[in-house]
Design a protein around this ligand. Structure first.
Ligand code: ADP
Ligand code: MG
Length: 256
């Protein structure tokens, strides 16, 4: 049975997409069977996995509207070693089109049942909002991975996300939990980042992943080549950190 994780944080630009594609590539490298789902109409995780969003005949949009199955809409990224259920701008319409349909927040969950036995991990890149799209992700997930930068206001946005997760847990998905906070774009030379990192560990204890993702220019360059950093430059510090994180995730799911 696949373990399903949402990568979520309603702030934009915090590293969700970078985390999703690099964790997917890292897990594939250590031998895990991975499906990456792009739930952001921007389609960055799709493009960043070597899949051209403009060429896709079917996307997660079709799956949400039940006009295609996951089996029909997924594609394989040869370069990255994982499957992709992609997204493009069309997905922005789903928000409105789902308003009047039944079990609208469970569409993705129902669709994933069909491929559950084919993967070890399903990773979902969420949009920067707590929308119906994100809700579809949270309803099918076992856990949420929250990438965050160790900055002064980092904890502020966390309250809304934690409350949403509590509500989804209470009403729609009792499996859901925050599996962990992932410190990303970390620069140990900046004292403030070190301080915020220490505070995070104090407050959230084992909910903070051991792995820390450093700020690394190779991770930022990789998307323009349509690749995760882990594939683009496996020897870089950023790529190495994501492979370590993939190993940490493999260990974590053994305990779930
Ligand atoms: P989100 O999906 O949350 O909007 P992204 O993953 O797109 O965030 O990251 C925002 C920007 O930061 C991108 O330009 C990305 O390349 C860059 N970035 C993300 N993580 C790192 C990192 N560890 N080091 C350097 N740049 C990073
Ligand atoms: Mg993104």
């Amino acid at each position: 049975m696949a373990k399903i994780f949402c990568v979520a944080n309603q702030k934009g630009g915090v590293g969700k997409t970078t985390t999703t594609v690099n964790l997917a590539a890292g897990l594939a490298k250590v031998g895990q069977r991975v499906l990456m789902i792009d739930l952001d109409p921007q389609g960055n995780a799709t493009m960043g996995s070597g899949v051209d969003k403009r060429q896709l005949e079917m996307t997660v949009y079709d799956v949400l509207l039940e006009s295609a199955s996951v089996l029909e809409a997924r594609v394989h990224s040869e370069k990255c070693g994982y499957d992709v259920l992609g997204a493009n701008r069309e997905l922005a319409g789903a928000e409105v089109e789902l308003v009047d349909v039944e079990r609208r927040e469970k569409r993705l969950k129902l669709a994933l049942a069909e491929v559950d036995s084919q993967y070890d991990f399903v990773l979902i890149d969420c949009p920067p909002s707590l929308s119906m799209l994100t809700l579809n992700g949270l309803c099918c997930a076992h856990g949420v991975i929250v990438p965050m930068q160790c900055e002064y206001f980092a904890l502020e946005g966390l309250t809304d996300l934690v409350n949403t997760i509590k509500q989804v847990h209470a009403n729609l998905n009792k499996d859901l939990q925050i599996i962990g906070l992932l410190r990303v774009m970390f620069d140990p030379r900046i004292t403030l980042q070190q301080q915020v990192s220490d505070q995070l560990k104090e407050h959230f204890a084992d909910k903070v992943f051991n792995t820390v993702i450093p700020r690394n220019v190779r991770l930022a360059e990789a998307p323009s080549y349509g690749l995760p950093g882990v594939v683009f430059d496996p020897a870089s510090k950023g790529a190495q950190a994501f492979i370590t994180f993939a190993e940490e995730m493999v260990d974590r799911i053994k305990a779930m």
